[in-house]
Design a protein around this ligand. Structure first.
Ligand SMILES: Nc1ncnc2c1ncn2[C@@H]1O[C@H](COP(=O)(O)OP(=O)(O)OP(=O)(O)O)[C@@H](O)[C@H]1O
Ligand SMILES: [Mg+2]
Length: 619
């Protein structure tokens, strides 16, 4: 239960509901425990009435049933004895039976009302806790850095916020409720039974611990097997999901049969595991029925002896049998509750694990203020720890405020890595990055990121309207949105859709072409009107003519802003104030376009090649 202790703060937060739930359970159970007393009264009264049936010549005085006496004493009077004679015998017995039946019914209605409010208190509490915990997990997700997301798979993280939180809820709700219920019920029933007859109580209750053990073992086995079924189920779902998302590739490569066969195999495994589970599952009820039966037989057998000996009334046997039945369910769920707690413990363990993860990249306690001035990379190197790739190797450059740096180089040369270092998606392994003379790690993360408009290489648009995608970074006016779209040369495209800026994208809407997506993400970055702009290969999916138009549009936007423009094509960056040519993480050459051409090195060679390709794409 170590992991689950984390949740105590929530129990404390909702202590009012928890206490109320407990009280409702206690009061409600008084009625469950009292109802069998009424049944006992009925049977005892009937037995008494039968006993005196042959002596009705003279008035026979019977005691009022104990439940009537209790009720009368509660309201401060006393229940009168019942006189039976030849003329009223049948009527009185029937009326008494009806009265007791009515009392029994009232008990159950009252008990039902309490049951309702008890669930209201406890299950609602668990939903509140679930809500709080989900928010806590979600907020943590927003906090954690790129390194964390690289370590963990998306599906896993999705599971924590849905599946794991749900399992924890089963603990805070049903498990807590059934445990409280079991304790209250056992205590109350045992006390009442012990008051009537200690020996009979022991006989009656003796099979229950065995039942609990048996149920516990059966439940454990069921849990293990259902865990296996769950895993297989996930495999199946993952497989179907991949097939659906990759259906085009699958068709194009004509692999339908192959996939169908593997699906059939996986399905068969699933069926096997499921059947395995059903076999054990089927044991569950028989175990309970046999042990409850045993308890009932013992009660009747021992009870009958005691009735004969005049130690108890016959109604007590029935009362005890009722208690056996009342206790069966709470005991039967012990195994289930145990498994709920175990699962919740494991889930909470997984949740705690990353709630306690401290992101490496954080705002320092005392961030220094800065303005979006000169950006400087000072002997910056970056190793990707896991792959051992040295993505950047001693890279230095300075971009004066308002100037543009062009970055060019082959694929894998480290261009995107430079872009990611700026908004501190990661920190350099060695070297310093400063803005306005302040090291990035000393300034506020949110302020830093607010100043940056970053167009990532992999475009991501949300399943939302185009307008909301563009205004994502801030709250620009409608004119600013349109202006940004114009600059990114995508306004006309957007207007061509029937819904214009309200067009929905993604799963619920339309699909855009790669170039359209890139341009919308450019619009998103510039609509924010940041002081620093980073374009990571954001024109790769458009043709050279469109590229020219966009660059013209961007030139005005970039005026006065410090910019980093990353590209594969020299044409994209040739007007930059300074260009660095990267190869395997190293700066191979730097200067303006003209200077680099004059050096007549790799840059000039690349430029000539690209000019040729443009003239004749077959080269
Ligand atoms: N998350 C990562 N984990 C490990 N290695 C990485 C990671 N991202 C990039 N790399 C490696 O770092 C090197 C530089 O990658 P980077 O993305 O900066 O290249 P790039 O110049 O942007 O390439 P491209 O032009 O294809 O976008 C590559 O060798 C790449 O394999
Ligand atoms: Mg890249």
């Amino acid at each position: 239960m170590k992991q689950l202790a984390y949740l105590n703060k929530y129990f404390w937060k909702y202590r009012g509901r928890l206490l109320m739930g407990f009280l409702l359970i206690a009061i409600g159970n008084i009625f469950s425990v009292y109802a069998p007393v009424v049944v006992r009264d009925g049977i005892d009264f009937l037995a008494d009435a039968l006993r005196v049936k042959n002596d009705l010549g003279t008035d026979q005085i019977l005691q009022a049933p104990s439940s009537f006496q209790h009720i009368a004493s509660w309201i401060g009077s006393s229940a009168s004895d019942i006189t039976l004679n030849t003329s009223n015998y049948a009527d009185t017995v029937v009326r008494m039976g009806l009265l007791l039946a009515l009392l029994y019914l009232v008990m159950f209605i009252v008990k039902g009302v309490f049951l309702f409010y008890q669930r209201q208190a406890l299950i609602v509490m668990s939903r509140h806790i679930e809500y709080d915990l989900k928010n806590e997990v979600y907020n943590k997700y927003q906090d954690l850095d790129a390194a964390f997301y690289k370590r963990n798979r998306t599906g896993d993280l999705m599971n924590r916020i849905s599946e794991d939180v749900n399992r924890v809820r089963m603990y805070t709700g049903p498990a807590v409720m059934y445990t409280l219920n079991l304790i209250v019920m056992v205590v109350m029933c045992t006390v009442v039974m012990l008051q009537i007859d200690v020996e009979l109580t022991l006989y009656t209750l003796s099979p229950l611990p065995f039942m609990m053990l048996a149920i516990y073992y059966v439940s454990q086995t069921i849990n293990k097997k259902s865990e296996l079924v769950q895993q297989q189920q996930s495999r199946l779902s993952a497989m179907v999901q991949e097939t659906i998302s990759g259906i085009r590739v699958l068709r194009a490569f004509h692999r339908e049969d192959h996939y169908s066969t593997s699906f059939t195999d996986e399905s068969a495994t699933y069926r096997g595991k499921q059947l395995n589970l059903v076999r054990i599952d089927a044991l569950f009820m028989p175990v309970i029925v046999i042990l409850v039966g045993l308890s009932t037989i013992l009660t009747v057998y021992v009870g009958a002896h005691k009735v004969m000996a005049g130690e108890i009334s016959p109604g007590v046997i029935v009362q005890f049998v009722f208690y056996v039945n009342i206790l069966t369910w709470p005991f039967a769920v012990v195994g289930w509750v145990t498994s709920l707690v175990q699962k919740a413990e494991a889930s909470q363990g997984r949740i705690n694990e990353f709630l306690q993860t401290r992101p490496d990249i954080q705002t320092p306690a005392q961030p220094v203020t800065f303005s979006a001035g000169t950006i400087q990379f000072d002997h910056v190197s970056l190793n990707y720890g896991d792959s051992g790739v040295k993505a950047l190797d001693d890279v230095s450059f300075t971009i004066e405020k308002g100037k543009t740096l062009g970055v060019i180089g082959r694929t894998g040369s480290g261009k995107s890595t430079i872009a990611q270092l700026m908004p501190r998606m990661m920190d350099p392994t060695s070297g310093k990055i400063t803005i306005d003379g302040k090291e990035l790690s000393t300034v506020s993360l949110s302020e830093l990121r607010n100043q940056i408009g970053y167009v990532t290489q992999e475009v991501f648009l949300f399943s939302d309207s185009i307008r909301n995608n563009i205004r994502f970074g801030c709250d620009p006016s409608e004119e600013d949105i349109i202006e940004a779209a114009r600059r990114a040369d995508v306004h006309d495209n957007i207007m061509a859709f029937p819904d214009g800026y309200d067009t929905l994208l993604g799963e619920r809407g339309i699909n855009l072409s790669g170039g359209q997506k890139q341009r919308i993400s450019i619009a998103r970055a510039i609509a924010k009107n940041p002081d620093i702009l980073i374009f990571d290969d954001c024109l790769s999916a458009v043709d050279t003519q469109t590229e020219d138009r966009i660059i013209k549009g961007l030139r005005k936007v970039m005026q006065g802003k410090t910019s980093i423009v990353i590209a594969h094509r020299i044409s994209t960056i040739k007007d930059a104030d300074q260009i660095i040519f990267l190869d395997q993480g190293k700066v191979m050459a730097r200067g303006t376009h003209e200077e680099l051409l004059a050096q007549d090195g790799a840059y000039a060679a690349l430029y000539r090649k690209q000019l040729l390709e443009e003239a004749d794409p077959k080269v």
